[in-house]
Write a protein that binds this ligand. Sequence first.
Ligand code: ZN
Length: 319
Amino acid sequence: MRDLGRACRGASAGPTSTVWRAKGTWRDSAGYTHFRNRGPTFAALDPGTLGIVFAGCCLGAYSARTAFAQQVPLSKRKHVLLVSEDKEIEMGRDAFKEVLQLSQGGKVLSKRHPLTRKVAKVGSRLTAEASPSGLKGWGGYVDHMRKQRWDFVVIDSPVVNACVLPGGRVCVFTGLLKRLQSDDELAFILGHEIGHVVARHAAEKVSTVVSGVILSIITSLFFDFSAGALYQLMVSLPYSRQMEDEADVIGLHLMSLACFDFRRAPLAMSRIQSGKEASGLSEYFSTHPGTDHRIERLANAAKAMVAPEKCWSQSAWSF
Ligand SMILES: [Zn+2]
C-alpha cells in the first residue's frame, strides 16, 4: 500500500512551465525533456466535452457512493468500501508477514507465555462484546464481526506499537506493553485496535487509495496533471485522523461494556506519549496520527460516559 501511495504521488509530478519541442514531449525550465502524458490535454477539450466528462465523473462517484456505502457503527458516519469482507480478511492474512518485518527482528511469543496470556485474557473480554449481538443498538454495519477469528499475538521487540489486521489478528509489541501499568490501560490499546475492525477502517483505507488511483487515471487522460496527490491530501489524511478518533470512541465503549475502567484511557495515552522524544520511539505515533489534543478528546469522551450497571459492584466502579 505504501508503494502504491508513492506511485500515486509520483504520478502527480507535472510540469510547472513547459516548452513544447515535439508532439508527445515537453521540456522543463531546467532544460530536461520529458515524455508527455498520452491523451488530449485540458486545453484541447471544448467546454461541452469537459462538461460531459465532469457530469460523468459526478454520476459515477454518486453511483459508487450509493452502491458501496456502509455506515460505521456508533459514529454512523457513511464510508464507501470498494473491498469485499473476504478480500479484506485475505489481505489481513498477507499483511502479518509485513508486521513481522517491521518488528526489527522481533520474535512472536508463544501462546503460553505470560504476556500473551495476559493480552489474550484482556482482549477476549473486549471481543466478547464486539459480536453483532453485542453491538446491537450501535447502528451501522456489524455483520462482518461474525467473520473475525480473534487472535492475540505478542511480539518481543522494543518497537512501541500495536496494530490489528482484518480477520481479527491483534499484534502488540513488548515495547508498548512495558509502558502500560494496568489491565485497564491495556484494554484501551486493545479496544482501540478492535475498534478499527468494527469500523472496517482497513477496507476504507484501501478503498481510498483505489479511488485515488482511479481518479489519477481519469485525470491523466484529460489533463497534464493528476489530482491523485491532491485527493490524498484532502481526503485520505483527514480520514486517517477521523478513523483514529472513531477507533478511540469505539474502544472506550467496548471497555465500558466489558467493565474496564475507561477513565484510564487518557492515562494510557499519556504514558505512551511520555518519553517519546527522549527515547526516539515514535512508531505508535507514525501509524496513529492525530495525537494533538487526543488525550483531551479521550478525557472528554470518557467524562460523558457512564459505566453499565452490571459493572457497579466492581471496585473501580464503586458508586
Ligand atoms: Zn489506530
